[in-house]
Design a binder for this molecule. Sequence first.
Ligand SMILES: CC(C)(COP(=O)(O)OP(=O)(O)OC[C@H]1O[C@@H](n2cnc3c(N)ncnc32)[C@H](O)[C@@H]1OP(=O)(O)O)[C@@H](O)C(=O)NCCC(=O)NCCS
Length: 166
Amino acid sequence: MPSALPLTLDDTNLITALANTIWHKHYRSIISTEQIEYMLNQRYHPTLIREQILSHNIWWKKLVLNKKIIGFSCCVITDHPKELKLDKLYLHPHHQGKGYGAILVDDIKQFMHHHAFEKLILTVNKKNTSAIAAYLHYGFKKNNDIVTDIGNGFVMDDYLMTMTIK
Ligand SMILES: CC(C)(COP(=O)(O)OP(=O)(O)OC[C@H]1O[C@@H](n2cnc3c(N)ncnc32)[C@H](O)[C@@H]1OP(=O)(O)O)[C@@H](O)C(=O)NCCC(=O)NCCS
């Protein structure tokens, strides 16, 4: 079984490459190639990931199987007390649908217990039906719509989903 481990500064180029593979495959039927490229550049530049690893309010984890990184998660503290945002949850296409996403979500729940967080939120594209199904399975509830202007004429048309951690 894969293990969830902290991301290190040496992993950042691998994460950028992995995100590129996953996003181009998964989002090509959901958003335009131009938007995929724009968002990858905004979120997955190795320098940005390195800065985030060193910051105190963002936590990256990698999912490792047979010494290879097959997925990752990233959580961010929000402005609301005891609330954490699951900002990224991604698995390589060959490793989706095997229950591995649940390993990363369980790891986040443990982290929340240790640090007294009570609410986990995320946003997911309304057309990302497989991810929405997985999130419902993990115990998230679908809340309101959130449409965000991300610049360059692009918007994110998402659902907000939330889960309370007891
Ligand atoms: C979303 C993601 C992280 C889920 O992880 P996963 O390991 O593939 O999902 P799991 O195997 O843990 O599935 C959990 C449950 O979700 C549901 N599910 C998963 N994929 C599904 C699909 N394609 N269709 C319907 N239900 C699905 C199932 O109910 C499954 O329950 P089961 O184990 O009883 O069958 C992963 O599929 C992924 O990386 N997807 C592409 C990127 C993405 O969209 N990330 C989220 C961005 S917001």
